[in-house]
Design a protein around this ligand. Structure first.
Ligand code: AMP
Length: 120
């Protein structure tokens, strides 16, 4: 699947639409989810254009993948949910329920998040 440069996170990265930023460095951006499902709901994205976890782990090297996952943990600590605990979710593709085609890790916390698989 080719990367769609008009997706909402690409537009955030280009500064075309605002976000509530939590962290930014050369490689990643973290910002609050616009429709939070928990008291803490933050999205962490690499700045490079990868569609999904599948695309990312096909195309990126171990160092880049590792750097991203380290950033997710760093952001969770910055949010102060590391002691109480949190859930990370990476939805991938259709069956995974991925809506935005730029890889993102959800960090959910601030209360017990409940059963692992959410039904609706
Ligand atoms: P997913 O279903 O894993 O692709 O999740 C996409 C997430 O992006 C959802 O939780 C949305 O609420 C969130 N989202 C969509 N648009 C924005 C936006 N402009 N700023 C922040 N979060 C957004």
């Amino acid at each position: 699947m080719a990367y769609d440069t008009s997706n909402v996170f690409a537009r955030i990265l280009r500064g075309e639409i605002p976000c509530k930023k939590v962290h930014e460095d050369e490689h990643v951006l973290a910002f609050h989810d616009i429709a939070p499902k928990a008291p803490v709901h933050v999205l962490v994205i690499p700045k490079k254009p990868y569609v999904s976890l599948d695309d990312f782990t096909r195309e990126a090297g171990a160092e880049e993948v590792g750097r991203f996952f380290k950033a997710v943990g760093d952001v969770a600590r910055k949010l102060g949910v590391d002691q109480s605990g949190y859930r990370t979710i990476l939805n991938t593709g259709g069956h995974g329920g991925q809506e935005v085609p730029h890889i993102h890790a959800h960090i959910l916390g601030g209360r017990a998040i409940g059963p692992m698989v959410m039904t609706r």
